[in-house]
Design a protein around this ligand. Structure first.
Ligand code: OAD
Length: 247
């Protein structure tokens, strides 16, 4: 049996799967990744745009950058990798899909597969680009419109900000807890298109392995998780995932 067949079997047999995705799963949709060749963090210094300090100093510049990303991503569509994962999530109740991506493409794939949002087992560890929230109070709302003027909170009039997690901020508590809870009882971690260097996200598959489960990785290149992987499938997730997910 080759690795693709083996992983297909492992997915079918598993009782409890935690999928962790990163920017690579959206690369074939045309969304730039963070750390590859001309990735986003190669173009701008992280501290310039993705920190609370940057927003305090120059909210207009920060919003321009996020507005540009939002517009670009709205031109992109989920690829066969997103569709395969959406099918898996919807076919089985023992699957949890944890994403670091803020691009909303997993959500769009779930919707296209007939699901409703928010999906309780689709966890956004780093928030989403298509929510705008207050920088002071708890107000937030879904929003995919172009940002022309600096948005303000309708409740307290403070500046509103993108609904993403910035460097130095806490991750959303519910998503984080649900991800680690699922990892402790899963017997397979499927790690797709992430460089696995940002924590705590990258610790989630380690918890699966520490709890006795197996790890499968789909990535163009090796990562710090590769030594833990029972299966390492080297290639594009949009090609590999539809082959290993047959649900
Ligand atoms: P990275 O840009 O660090 O890593 C992308 C990974 O995807 C790399 O390991 C590539 O080899 C792999 N890859 C690229 N194209 C692929 C394809 N078609 N198929 C499979 N793999 C592919 O992105 P992340 O790991 O998602 O956080 O980065 C993690 C976090 O760092 C992001 O969520 C973001 C960033 O700083 C925040 O903004 C909080």
């Amino acid at each position: 049996m080759d690795e693709v067949q083996e992983l297909r079997e492992a997915i079918r047999r598993a009782r409890g799967i935690v999928v962790l995705t990163g920017a690579g799963v959206s690369a074939e949709s045309g969304v730039p990744t963070f750390r590859d060749g001309d990735g986003l963090w190669k173009q701008r210094r992280v501290e310039e745009v993705a920190t609370p300090g940057a927003f305090r100093e120059d909210p207009r510049m920060v919003w321009e950058w996020y507005d540009m990303r939002r517009r670009a991503i709205l031109q992109c569509a989920p690829n066969p990798g997103h569709h395969a994962l959406a099918r898996l999530l919807m076919a089985r109740e023992d699957v949890t899909l944890v994403t670091q991506n803020v691009d909303g493409l997993h959500d769009r794939a779930v919707m296209e597969a007939g699901g409703t949002l928010p999906h309780p087992r689709l966890l956004h560890l780093h928030g989403t680009l298509f929510v705008v929230r207050c920088s002071v109070c708890r107000w937030e709302e879904p929003n995919s419109e172009p940002i022309e003027d600096l948005p303000r909170c309708p409740r307290c009039d403070a500046l509103a900000r993108p609904g993403v997690v910035w460097f130095g901020e806490m991750l959303p508590e519910h998503a984080l807890e649900a991800a680690f809870d699922a990892a402790r009882v899963a017997d397979l971690a499927l790690v797709v298109g992430t460089s696995a260097v940002v924590h705590p996200a990258a610790s989630i598959p380690r918890v699966v392995v520490e709890s006795g489960g197996q790890l499968a990785e789909v990535n163009l290149d090796p990562t710090p998780l590769t030594p833990l992987a029972r299966w390492s499938l080297r290639g594009a997730s949009g090609e590999i995932l539809p082959q290993v997910i047959v649900e």
